[in-house]
Design a protein around this ligand. Structure first.
Ligand SMILES: Cc1cc2nc3c(=O)[nH]c(=O)nc-3n(C[C@H](O)[C@H](O)[C@H](O)COP(=O)(O)O)c2cc1C
Length: 192
């Protein structure tokens, strides 16, 4: 698959096939893609926690918000919870470049998951202190970003910006998840 197709397919997913629990080995292999990615000054200050255990997955699921712009009916049902999580952790005071590392690591995992037939939701809306306690993080480590992973159980597709100008994601009449993206003309503001 060409990289642009992979990027286009790697849409955020919030409903998973709940019966498909991911293994620690699969999650670790996804982390390996992040480990090999770019890092500011190559400092590599980020670390990763993988959660394959079903009970810990459920506990983590209760600490995150997925699909804040969706109605409750449009969110995952009890049998559509993620099959695993990867939690990106790091020291409290990350400099601005190290913060960029979080996004790079997350996208590497997202793309690797898509390539493997899985899907991902990057989650900033997490009760960070409670998640740190659940995972038993060392005191000098904080939760930075949570990645929910699993086998997708919803159709997600790219669409153009809506007529009213909105870029908020939405479900269409077929319950397909639509993600508006700006056009290339809007994205490139100067061509010299
Ligand atoms: C840094 C970051 C934090 C995010 N936090 C959340 C979140 O807390 N909950 C959620 O459902 N989605 C979250 N998302 C997913 C975005 O909502 C999603 O990327 C956006 O709707 C565009 O969809 P796409 O990923 O399919 O392009 C986050 C994405 C990023 C990059």
């Amino acid at each position: 698959m060409k990289l642009k197709e992979l990027i286009s397919r790697a849409r955020t997913c919030r409903r998973f096939k709940g019966e498909h629990q991911l293994s620690s080995e699969i999650l670790a292999d996804l982390v390996d893609h992040a480990r090999l990615s770019a890092s500011a000054r190559n400092k590599q200050v980020l670390r990763f926690v993988t959660i394959a255990d079903k009970d810990t997955c459920e506990a983590m699921n209760a600490l995150v918000v997925m699909g804040g712009s969706l109605t409750p009916e449009q969110r995952a049902k009890a049998d559509q919870h993620p099959g695993g999580f990867i939690v990106i952790v790091g020291p409290e005071n990350l400099d601005e470049f190290a913060v960029i590392d979080i996004g790079i690591a997350a996208q590497s995992i997202n793309l690797a998951a898509c390539e493997a037939g899985l899907a991902c939701c990057m989650i900033g809306a997490v009760k960070k202190n409670e998640a740190a306690a659940l995972l038993g993080l060392p005191k000098d480590m904080q939760v930075k970003l949570v990645l929910a992973l699993g086998e997708p159980d919803e159709v997600r597709r790219l669409v153009e910006r809506r007529d009213d100008g909105s870029l908020t994601y939405y479900r269409d009449e077929n319950d397909e998840h639509c993600v508006p993206k700006i056009s290339l003309e809007e994205a490139v503001i100067i061509r010299k």
